[in-house]
Design a binder for this molecule. Sequence first.
Ligand code: XMP
Length: 321
Amino acid sequence: MEIKEIRLEELDPKKFVEEKIKEISSIVGDSLAVNALSGGVDSSTVTMLGHRALGDRLKTYFIDNGLMREGETESIVSRFKNLGVNVKLVDAKEIFFDRLKGLRDPEEKREAITQTFYKDVFNKIVRNSGAKYLLQGTNYTDVEEAVKGIKRQHNILEQLGIDTEKEYECKVIEPLIQLRKPAIREIAKFLGLPEEIHNRPPFPGPGLAARIIGEVTLEKVEIVRKATKIVEEELRSTKIFQCLAILHEDKVTGVREGKRDYGWQVEVRCWDSKDAVMASPTRLPYDILDRLAERITGEVVGVVSVTYNITKKPPLTIEAL
Ligand code: XMP
């Protein structure tokens, strides 16, 4: 089936929302639907649309993979609670860390996270929920990239070899499939989602694991989580596309209080970009860089080196994997 894009210029948010609510209600009827919320703009918008259409007959789950930023899981769940949406939190940290054990290759790590999500965790949730329908936040760019073979999209189930009717006993509903991100942000705003959600900077599906070079361990996630918090705090007021901290695999020799300190290296990236396809490092003032180095080496135990990456995308990518 050919999918036709609805461009931002031709989008009428009120009409779109009314149509989608009607469509979801009529497809689901008296049955139940299920969806997974990550807090990103796509899954948040789908959650709100589904909630408006179905109320309590939409079962929304937040799967905590242990790879989120500090306080992120709790804040997303409570934000939705305030909007009247009851989100069930599923603690799946152990299984994700278990599946990531020993993996160092970036693609193997991504694959492990995707497979763990869809095949070990989410399918059990869906089957146990009694739902007949699965609401999914697939967008137009996902479809386009999948068709062109640019990227394996984590949310296109068919591409992951998942037959939802067989494995989940559910039919998929994709209300955002005709929209790209800027249009989805408009719908999110129209649905009353707060600025932190409708304007949320991108955060990768594999979470902080996309920012750890080499094996992902609890200790390393803790380091990158603390460094990320500092980077986001220091750069929040700057008009940037995205900023991040990456933890390197190799340690280097440092010195503290006159003694050798063999410690971790953190790399900071801060990007100017329109659409993440091409990006340039932000020309940050030196005093900000200086503060980042001071805070990260001072507040994150074990880090002795902070660098700033000055490479453009391409050839680099925004995340480390
Ligand atoms: P890269 O690293 O490919 O990232 O230059 C481009 C943009 O996409 C985000 N990103 C992801 N988003 N799932 C996502 O939902 C992913 O697996 C993923 N990987 C990267 C990244 O943060 C950047 O904005």
